[in-house]
Design a protein around this ligand. Structure first.
Ligand code: AHM
Ligand code: MG
Length: 338
């Protein structure tokens, strides 16, 4: 019987890749894994307990906050606050950063951006949801973390990943040396290495986009969708359309089987819907590590400047060849406005 490798064991082994590290990043990743297990437990009993449904508040994006969003946010903030590795947290659920201000965090090196429960419209209907996280080294020298610590390009991330609460619970992350996936074995309560060295197919035939917004898409996206739907044996078209409406779930499927996820500008979201700091950048880092690409239709996501915590961006992410083709349609039929 092959020996199971747990997330904790894997993280400790990989610490050797960072000879000067004192283990803070390893402890942060471990803390995220622990919070994810607690959130997964609540997600699994969401239909049973009085935790399902709206919490009766709006978040800073003007969307309804669900009770599980609040729970997940609290869990991740608590997990990241206790270890002394993180001096500030930026969350989708909080307008401002959360400064971790305790004795332990004074010399903390890292800041963490999170979307604690992505795909919140799917909570009530038993469809996969996720958590996205991104870790940066702080740029301020010491003391409490500051907003400016988060205004770094995606290329500066030291680690990023996601947790998917699906038919099984998985944590997938990168520290810039490949991508590894861990599946939670509920019988032992541990994430176990199940997907080592993940690579996404270069060419694929799945496209994921909310086609309900079609009339408001840029011309480049409209033409690309028509291209996906045309018959052509040599390129395996027509492609298949798959859209869950949880970014993590759509991204995870496309990472494994190949595909492209697009959330372009729309009438309702003229700058795109997804947030650069805690949605686009972490998964852009991860997809590049897996051999894929991520752009806003014209520019590489990881090179984009960030000036606001909740800054939005259009997003084209997934298999390299599909992203290249979609971007060539953008260049040909849409005007670059940035
Ligand atoms: P959320 O963070 O509030 O859940 O919003 C992000 C979500 C993504 O998970 C998903 O891909 C997208 O919004 C779905 O948007 P739409 O319903 O407009 O297709
Ligand atoms: Mg989200």
């Amino acid at each position: 019987m092959s020996r199971v490798k747990t997330l904790g064991q894997f993280i400790i082994e990989k610490q050797a890749d960072f000879p000067y590290s004192k283990g803070e990043l390893s402890r942060l990743l471990r803390d995220i894994g622990i919070a994810a297990k607690i959130v997964n437990r609540e997600v699994n009993k969401a239909g049973l307990a009085d935790i399902l449904g709206d919490a009766g508040e709006m978040n800073v994006q003007g969307e309804n906050v669900k009770k599980l969003d609040v729970f997940a946010n609290d869990q991740f903030i608590a997990a990241l606050s206790v270890g002394g590795e993180c001096c500030a947290i930026a969350s989708e659920e909080n307008e401002d950063i959360i400064v971790v201000n305790n004795e332990m965090s004074k010399n903390a090196k890292y800041v963490v951006a999170i979307d604690p429960l992505d795909g919140s419209s799917n909570i009530d209907v038993n469809v996969s949801i996720g958590t996205i996280f991104s870790i940066y080294r702080r740029t301020s020298l010491s003391g409490p973390g500051q907003k400016e610590d988060f205004f770094q390009r995606g290329t500066e991330q030291v680690a990023a990943g996601y947790v998917i609460y699906g038919s099984s619970c998985m944590m997938v992350y990168t520290t810039g040396k490949g991508v590894n996936g861990f599946t939670l074995d509920p019988s032992i309560g541990e994430f176990c290495l199940s997907h080592p060295n993940m690579q996404t197919p270069k060419a694929a035939k799945t496209y994921s986009i909310n086609e309900g917004n079609y009339v408001h898409f840029p011309d480049g996206v409209k033409k690309y969708i028509k291209y996906c739907q045309e018959e052509d044996d040599s390129t395996n078209r027509p492609y298949s359309s798959r859209y869950i409406g949880s970014f993590v779930a759509d991204f995870h499927r496309n990472l494994i089987t190949g595909g492209i996820y697009i959330y372009p500008t729309t009438f309702k979201s003229p700058k795109g819907k997804l947030r650069l700091l805690y949605e686009a950048n972490p998964l852009a880092f991860l997809v590049e590590q897996a051999g894929g690409k991520a752009t806003d239709g014209y520019h590489r996501i990881l090179d984009m400047d960030i000036v606001e915590l909740h800054q939005r961006t259009p997003l084209f992410i997934g298999s390299a060849d599909m992203v290249d083709t979609a971007c060539s349609y953008m260049l040909k039929y849409s005007t670059v406005d940035a």
